[in-house]
Write a protein that binds this ligand. Structure first.
Ligand SMILES: *[C@@H]1O[C@H](CO)[C@@H](O)[C@H](O)[C@H]1NC(C)=O
Ligand SMILES: *[C@@H]1O[C@H](CO)[C@@H](O)[C@H](O)[C@H]1NC(C)=O
Ligand SMILES: *[C@@H]1O[C@H](CO)[C@@H](O)[C@H](O)[C@H]1NC(C)=O
Ligand SMILES: *[C@@H]1O[C@H](CO)[C@@H](O)[C@H](O)[C@H]1NC(C)=O
Ligand SMILES: *[C@@H]1O[C@H](CO)[C@@H](O)[C@H](O)[C@H]1NC(C)=O
Ligand SMILES: *[C@@H]1O[C@H](CO)[C@@H](O)[C@H](O)[C@H]1NC(C)=O
Length: 600
């Protein structure tokens, strides 16, 4: 798909025109150019080649008066249902013929007779169910042939015979269930073959033999169940192999052996439950390996050993239960390791050994019984670690040892009630720490020790009852502090003064009755709703502050609801509702009159 799009764009680029010329805005036809009646003609500025546009003209017949010198002819989006013999017989100069998005269901075997120069033929998005065997035998100069999105049920064995100049063949999104074993045998020049979106259940051993120039093979979305060892032999230049969305249960050991150039292998959304030690043998150029959404239960130590240039390994949505030692050994170039949504209960100290370049590890959505000490040691390039929704109940002192490059640590939605002293001490580069929705009841003065670059600290949805000022002392660069949804009743007077860069402070839904009298100058958002404000003299400074800074303490903010289509606007209130004394209970602090405070 991608390359055919590119091809189309390249062709368009070369022609210097837009894809579906609108009759109203077409440049006026120059008088001197001969043109087919009802069409628009245009001489290319650079090559002075003649382009004829008859797109979407409701034509029911191929125009008979197209000038013989025509170089490209656009007939897409018309109403003819068949192409009779010799439909283009005088167009021996034609290079590009676009017949896509029409109603074609019948093409005569001689329809393209005379198109000696034709290189690019678009027949996609029609209603073709079959093609006569000889139909392309009069257009042997074809370089790209697009037949995708038709209803082809079968391909004749000789349909592509002698098309040795063809480099793109797109047969995607048809109804092909079987291909003749020799269908592609003459296509020595083929670089891209798209067979995605068909019903292929079986690939014959001979099918791709001889395609020595092939760079990209797309078999996404078929019904393949088994990948045998002899199917992809002799594809030495293949770079991308797409096998996603099939029903593949088994990949034979050594199935990809000899694919020296393979950079991209996609097996997402299949039914693999096991990877053999030799499944990926010899893939020394592989950069991307996608195995997400399968049923893999186990990873063996030497499975990935040849993949020394792998940069991305996706194993999310599988059923992996344990991560043994050295399973990723050899992946010294790996940057992204996705393991989210597995059933991992156990990892070992040496699990991630050797991943010296890994930048992102996603382990969210598993259920660890515990995380061994020093399990991430040596991963000095790691910058994001996702451990959210992982059943963790404590963070131990040694858990994150060695993660000196870590910038983002996701620990939200666990069961963490204990963070041991100095657990984060190595994380001097950490910018974002997400501890939302855990079971934290208290912070000690050593909890955040070492986090001198922390910018975002998210603690909402815990059980915090107090926040000792010393605990925030290391956080000199903190700008965002979310404490909403805890059980805090107060903050000590100097707590916030320890955070000279604080811009955002969320105290919603706690049990606050009062706040320190001074707010940091740097603050530009303060959320206070859902607390138990005591609106006596102690609240006077908060009242003055919120009235003088309505931007910092807005009463209400309109925002777009995330993910909703169409977007709905919701109001977020920031009420400072008084809980006491009784005479003002229920009133917003900002609405209480000045006189109320005249005795203070
Ligand atoms: C083609 O036919 C449709 C339906 O009759 C009409 O709406 C449209 O304007 C026609 N287009 C041209 C270019 O004549
Ligand atoms: C994998 O499956 C999950 C759940 O069924 C789905 O949400 C996700 O989009 C799938 N991922 C891919 C890459 O297909
Ligand atoms: C990691 O997984 C979480 C949860 O599934 C997801 O939200 C996040 O985007 C993933 N991160 C990456 C880098 O893929
Ligand atoms: C959290 O811990 C409690 C008991 O401490 C347990 O019942 C619950 O299942 C745990 N939840 C998760 C998501 O691990
Ligand atoms: C905080 O400061 C105010 C005024 O400066 C004072 O009245 C109050 O007692 C102090 N509170 C605490 C807990 O130190
Ligand atoms: C906040 O105040 C507005 C009126 O200003 C009211 O409509 C809304 O229900 C209040 N919300 C809460 C949570 O008290």
């Amino acid at each position: 798909m991608r390359s055919s799009m590119l091809l189309a764009l390249w062709v368009l680029g070369a022609l210097g025109v837009s894809p579906s010329p609108d009759p109203e805005v077409d440049p006026p036809t120059e008088k001197s150019i001969p043109c087919s009646k009802g069409c628009t003609c245009h001489n290319d500025h650079y090559s002075s080649e003649l382009n004829v546009y008859c797109s979407a003209r409701n034509l029911t017949l191929i125009p008979a008066d197209v000038p013989p010198s025509t170089h490209s002819l656009w007939l897409d989006g018309n109403l003819f249902t068949s192409l009779p013999a010799a439909s283009f017989k005088d167009l021996s100069n034609l290079d590009f013929l676009n017949l896509q998005s029409g109603q074609l269901s019948v093409i005569d075997a001689q329809a393209f007779r005379g198109l000696r120069s034709l290189a690019h033929l678009h027949l996609e998005r029609n209603r073709l169910r079959s093609l006569p065997t000889a139909v392309f035998q009069t257009t042997l100069a074809l370089a790209s042939l697009n037949l995708h999105n038709n209803q082809l049920m079968r391909i004749e064995e000789k349909l592509f015979a002698k098309l040795s100049s063809l480099w793109l063949l797109n047969l995607g999104w048809n109804s092909l269930a079987v291909l003749p074993e020799a269908a592609f045998q003459d296509l020595q020049g083929l670089r891209e073959l798209v067979l995605a979106g068909n019903r292929l259940a079986y690939l014959q051993p001979q099918l791709f033999q001889g395609l020595t120039e092939l760079r990209e093979l797309d078999l996404t979305g078929n019904c393949l169940k088994v990948i045998k060892a002899n199917v992809f032999l002799k594809l030495p230049k293949l770079q991308k192999l797409y096998l996603a969305q099939n029903q593949i249960v088994t990949v034979a050991p050594r199935a990809f052996v000899g694919m020296k150039s393979l950079r991209w292998l996609d097996l997402t959304n299949n039914r693999l439950n096991e990877l053999h030690d030799e499944t990926f043998l010899g893939l020394h150029s592989l950069h991307v390996l996608r195995l997400s959404n399968n049923s893999i239960t186990n990873l063996r130590p030497r499975t990935f050993r040849d993949l020394q240039y792998l940069e991305e390994l996706r194993l999310s949505h599988n059923r992996i239960r344990a991560l043994g030692e050295r399973i990723f050994e050899g992946l010294g170039h790996l940057e992204v390791l996705e393991l989210e949504h597995n059933q991992i209960q156990e990892a070992r100290m040496g699990t991630f050994l050797g991943l010296s370049h890994v930048a992102v590890i996603n382990l969210s959505g598993s259920c660890f019984q515990n995380l061994p000490d020093q399990v991430f040691k040596g991963l000095s390039k790691l910058h994001s670690l996702h451990l959210d929704r992982s059943c963790l109940s404590r963070v131990s002192t040694q858990a994150f040892v060695g993660l000196t490059g870590l910038r983002r640590l996701f620990l939200q939605h666990n069961n963490i009630s204990v963070v041991e002293r100095q657990s984060f001490i190595d994380l001097q580069g950490l910018q974002q720490l997400d501890l939302r929705f855990n079971k934290l009841e208290s912070m000690s003065s050593h909890t955040f020790y070492g986090l001198k670059n922390l910018d975002y600290l998210l603690l909402s949805g815990n059980l915090l009852q107090n926040l000792p000022p010393e605990s925030l002392l290391p956080l000199k660069r903190l700008s965002w502090l979310d404490l909403s949804g805890n059980k805090l009743e107060s903050l000590q007077n100097d707590t916030l003064q320890l955070l000279p860069r604080l811009r955002y402070l969320n105290l919603k839904d706690n049990a606050f009755s009062s706040l320190p009298s001074e707010m940091p100058e740097s603050l530009d958002q303060l959320w206070l709703t859902g607390n138990l404000w005591r609106c006596d003299c102690s609240a006077q400074s908060l009242r003055d502050y919120s009235l003088s800074k309505p931007q910092v303490v807005p009463r209400q903010v309109e925002t777009l609801m995330e993910g909703e289509e169409p977007h709905t606007v919701v109001s977020i209130f920031n009420n400072i509702t008084c809980n006491s004394p009784p005479n003002v209970a229920g009133t917003d602090l900002r609405d209480i009159s000045h006189e109320h405070f005249h005795n203070c």
